[in-house]
Design a protein around this ligand. Structure first.
Ligand SMILES: *Cc1c(COP(=O)(O)O)cnc(C)c1O
Length: 391
């Protein structure tokens, strides 16, 4: 159970509005805010290097915190400045040659699809789409048919940016591994709302962001590279943190995942990210998953009952992203009308998840993503405001 009194005390912004955009950029809890602002103050007092030195043990402990959160080892974790940076770092290190194949799902995110297409075009590899089944995630038979030993990577979005569907990851990774392909899990919309155990999912690379469900600061991200991937990936460029210059023409690369980091980083942001992960671990990822699921289910049911409102979420198992449209109103109009009543939602456009939106004939949809700090009364307010707009 989530202690609502505590989380609301830690989240003053949640009192002033019905905040339903944790899939975009959530409200940071007070311990995260204090960590970030406190560190900036300390940098102003004694200097950035000296302030970082004071927090060296905490920064180091952060790798263990994320290892605990994800269910992997600390040496498999790297910190970055976004989920996309993590994704690009790992994908760039994947050897890919002419004739190689990469499989993606229909809910693939544009920020992953564009670099995939760019690199495939450059090297003569192909990017192929595994069609979704009626539940909205990788169709098992189609996946089995497409997999062969030329497939080097299967890119799986755990929860997409445009809906609640949760991928059946373990089934996908078992099939991919049977032909020697690596599995890259985009956990950007799952870590922080779902309890994610990368060992149970048996994925090889995991990417995620700080600002969404984790409630960390903007400009933060994380990467996990498990052993099967570490054996295959070959980083193309590293700096003096990822490598050591050992002779006139020689260098050595770090053996751990920090080879994907750069030396310079936003230390205040990283401390905030670590504080956000600690905050989640204290609440308990299972309790958070239950609370978010319950709120999303409640909101979906309330919206679906309004005449003129269509809820778009697919999936036998659904997470905390609730997407819908209102007849006769554009998604942007709904967003603006709700904003005027202090209900914060966002929109998701076709270009973010081009394949899935095109297949379903959708252009723009409204996305509401309630975190555990949104209570039932606030959800009732949001539902009533949508009903006003629809009526
Ligand atoms: C937001 C999002 C990303 C990108 O995260 P950034 O931190 O902005 O790089 C990737 N994948 C999915 C599914 C997302 O929703």
């Amino acid at each position: 159970m989530i202690d609502m009194t505590k989380v609301l005390t830690d989240t003053p912004g949640a009192a002033d509005r019905v905040f339903l955009n944790s899939a975009g950029s959530s409200l940071v809890p007070r311990p995260v805010l204090d960590e970030v602002v406190g560190h900036l103050r300390r940098e102003a007092e004694i200097g950035g290097y000296e302030a970082a030195d004071e927090r060296e043990a905490d920064l180091e402990a952060g790798y263990g915190v994320f290892a605990e959160l994800l269910g992997c080892r600390a040496d498999q974790i790297a910190f970055t400045d976004s989920a996309t940076r993590s994704w690009l770092a790992a994908f760039d290190a994947l050897p890919l040659a002419a004739g190689d194949r990469v499989l993606v799902g229909e809910v693939e995110y544009a920020g992953n699809a564009i670099p995939l297409l760019m690199r495939a075009r450059a090297v003569g590899a192909s990017v192929e789409v595994v069609p979704s089944d009626a539940d909205g995630t990788f169709a098992a038979e189609a996946l089995a048919e497409l997999l062969d030993e030329r497939v080097k990577l299967v890119s799986v979005v755990h929860v997409p940016t445009n809906g609640g569907v949760v991928a059946d990851v373990r089934r996908i990774s078992d099939a991919a591994h049977a032909v020697g392909a690596l599995v890259l899990l985009d956990a950007c919309q799952s870590v922080g709302q779902l309890a994610v155990d990368v060992e149970a999912l048996d994925v090889d690379i995991v990417t995620g962001t700080g600002r969404k469900w984790l409630r960390g600061p903007r400009g933060t991200g994380f990467l996990a590279v498990r052993d099967r991937a570490a054996r295959v990936l070959a980083p193309k460029l590293a700096d003096l943190h990822g490598g050591t210059w050992t002779g006139t023409e020689s260098f050595e690369l770090r053996p751990d995942a920090r080879v994907y980091e750069l030396w310079e980083n936003d230390v205040a942001g990283r401390l905030g990210l670590i504080a956000a992960a600690r905050y989640l671990l204290e609440l308990g990822p299972a309790a958070v998953e239950e609370a978010v699921g319950q709120r999303a289910t409640y909101l979906r049911a309330g919206l679906a009952a309004i005449p003129g409102v269509t809820v778009h979420d697919l999936g036998a198992r659904k997470a905390g992203l609730v997407t819908f449209s209102v007849a006769g109103r554009s998604a942007a109009q709904v967003q603006a009308a709700l904003a005027a009543r202090d209900v914060t939602v966002t929109t998701s456009s076709r270009s973010s998840t081009y394949l899935d939106m095109s297949r379903r004939g959708l252009t723009d949809i409204v996305r509401a993503s309630p975190h555990y700090f949104v209570g039932e009364a606030q959800l009732d307010t949001a539902i009533a405001e949508v009903a006003n707009i629809a009526g």
